[in-house]
Design a protein around this ligand. Sequence first.
Ligand SMILES: Cc1ncc(COP(=O)(O)O)c(C=O)c1O
Ligand SMILES: [Zn+2]
Length: 441
Amino acid sequence: MLRVKIQHKYHLTCTQCGYETPNFWTWFDQNQQCPQCGSKHSEVWYNRRYQRLPRIIKRKPDSFWHYFPFLPLLRRRHIISRGEGAVPVERWTFLQEYAKKNHGLDINVHVYRNDLNGGTGTFKDPAASMAASLFNELGIKQYCIASTGNSATAYAKYLSMAGVNCSVFMPEDAIRSSEATISSFGQQVFRVMGDYAKAKEIAAGYAGYYHIPMSTGNIDPIRVEAKKTMVFEWLRQMDQFPDVYIQAVSGGTGPIAIDKGIREISHVYPELKNPRFLLVQTDQCDPMVQAWEKSEAEGFPEGFEKEYPVIDNPQTEVPTLATGNPATYPIIARLVKKSGGTFLRMREEKLVPVGKLMAYEQKVIPGPASAVAMAGFFIALRKNLIKNGETVLINLGEGPNRAPAYLEQMIYTTHNVSNVDECAPHSIDDYRAQLWKDVLD
Ligand SMILES: Cc1ncc(COP(=O)(O)O)c(C=O)c1O
Ligand SMILES: [Zn+2]
């Protein structure tokens, strides 16, 4: 813990009224909001020389803490890390070949392997590492979070490493293995009888009653600062910055953080602009897609982003993405519009076929939310949303360890036998045609 509160590394600026909060001690004293206008959306800005960023980007990182000069922590000794945020961007040629053969497109297709993060193997790890390190520095000992699963798992782990008590509020349908993971670290789980919106409501009540800080969600500056380093990593690893970015969306920290990262370094990288955001939801929980389609049909009238439906108790195979009340839609929709992107809907019946195909062609088994993003790629091609020569980046957010029941649905080569006569060698290639057909039909 650090007691020096006067520092010149960073400050927070309210995105609504411009009010400046000098540091995170004050930010938490202010109940994580702007004292002038009440907005919870502030951004961190640094008094730093960005001219050295290109040199830092050239060196290979061990974690996103490689970008320490541009993160809101004052002392490196407070860092709690498990090698998160230094994951590879891979080129997946089977997707390029598919685009060439079936759509006549020469494109570069890359996949950002967040499933390889060192903490819990999801794209929530950098944010949780940032939070744990910051709380270590600030002396925060109690925290709470409402989450559909992956954020909670990551926070539970990293906060335990920092000796911070974390109360987790999960919706009724959250995956049991997430609950088990959180519980196994000794963190407290409240399973709320209701959906994610209800879990947030109870968590907020608890936070108020006990005066315990609570994660402010997708606009939380702690999360955004960690995740913006994606932009630095893509600059480091890719010859060409992505033209198109595909992600499964729930609340949308990804696009918010990418946009912030790009604005932050625009004076050093003036040519950099947001990729077209193609954000994917499933047909069982698609409030953002519904809102977008409606305003698209109406020609995006003034204030279109303020209108969105609320889905109560969404019944989905991907509870990780079950944000039925997308409070961040106004921010995300504006970003998507400005980027020239769109929202896409995938059918949940394709979750397993897509997962099987990825595992077969690339030997990477996705979690369900990753299959949602991957399905978005095929939909984007079918809708002509990707142009010849472009570079596409698909953000894979999780591996299969979060969702054992999903993985089990990928069994398809098993024969039950009790005699050698019933066994014969096979040829892997024989499965290919059917696996592709199951995805594309
Ligand atoms: C693997 C994975 N992909 C995508 C998302 C959606 O992220 P966001 O809430 O930032 O939209 C999540 C969120 O939990 C996730 O865990
Ligand atoms: Zn303000």
